[in-house]
Design a binder for this molecule. Structure first.
Ligand code: SAM
Length: 285
């Protein structure tokens, strides 16, 4: 990779503003295209409302994406999550960020989660080709107390909306596996750091986060995790796996964060100098 290409991965100043505006334009274009031609969603994504654990079919389950950060021998993401959150049985709440999350809600033991949310740019399940199932899908969401919020995860209003829905509660589980949707994620460390902090704040003590990180940020993950481990003295269980693709069947970059009792209120972040050193180090490679 050329140096000029590498430096454009982490734009600063005006370049940063331009990169954000371009992401904004692309997001708007996708939403407009979907509204006029819902079937066009498949030009872009092939993972939609995917299953938590493999149930057949061609979509990669969430388990496949996160298996490298799960304890050895874990066969089902459902079992792992229900074991970690067992004290919250019947009261637990989860959100799937960057997905409608309806099939995730269906995966858990009935009654384990009392409420759940999916946050996506639009509810891409509802297309002319699936019209015959619309009522059934809405009824299944309602039966599980699952709500899909159409919104942009980069938009502060979305979090306002979600906090209102949560009525003072926090999430027991925040899961995000956007795959190709990560193309709509911010391109700079400052914005992604702030986003991670917002997500961390939404999760209760003893809650769990399973997060896919764009491979664009691979160069920071190890140093950041080491920093978090050093600063939090073991109150935050954090594991990572570095992948080489944001979508497809190759490994993705992922994080597991278990906010154990005593975990800090704020997620430690790398300093601007540390970030710059890692960028410079990467450029020299
Ligand atoms: C490839 S699909 C993955 C869906 C789901 N997570 C799964 O694995 O089946 C990408 C998803 O990211 C969502 N998405 C992309 N950018 C987003 C953003 N800025 N805010 C909210 N959702 C976003 C899209 O609406 C879409 O649901």
């Amino acid at each position: 990779m050329s140096d000029s290409h590498k430096s454009s991965r982490f734009p600063q100043g005006d370049d940063r503003r331009v990169a954000h505006e371009e992401t904004e334009r692309q997001t708007k274009r996708l939403i407009d295209r979907f509204k006029t031609n819902p079937q066009s969603i498949f030009d872009r994504y092939f993972w939609l409302d995917t299953d938590l654990d493999y149930k057949g079919g061609s979509s990669l389950s969430y388990y496949e994406t996160f298996k490298d950060v799960l304890p050895e021998g874990t066969k089902l993401l459902k079992d792992y999550i229900e074991e970690v959150l067992k004290a919250r049985w019947g009261d637990a709440v989860f959100a799937d960020f960057g997905g409608v999350g309806s099939n995730i809600a269906k995966a858990f033991t009935p009654g384990f989660f009392k409420r759940s949310f999916g946050v996506a740019l639009f509810d891409e399940r509802f297309r002319p080709s699936t019209e015959w199932r619309t009522e059934e899908m809405r009824a299944a969401d309602a039966a599980l107390n699952h709500t899909v919020i159409e919104g942009d995860l980069r938009d502060p209003d979305l979090y306002e909306h979600l906090r209102k829905e949560l009525q003072g509660e926090k999430l027991d589980l925040l899961i995000e596996r956007m795959g190709k949707g990560l193309e709509f994620s911010p391109t700079d460390t400052r914005t992604v750091g702030a986003l991670l902090q917002t997500w961390y704040d939404l999760v209760r003590e003893d809650g769990l986060m399973l997060i896919q990180i764009p491979i664009h940020f691979n160069i920071f993950i190890k140093a950041w995790v080491e920093e978090v481990q050093k600063e939090t003295g073991g109150t935050l269980e954090i594991r990572y796996a570095i992948g080489d693709s944001d979508a497809g069947t190759d490994a993705q970059s992922v994080l597991l964060i278990h906010k154990q009792p005593g975990a800090p209120e704020k997620l430690p972040m790398l300093t601007a100098t540390e970030v710059e050193e890692l960028i410079q180090h990467d450029r020299k490679k």
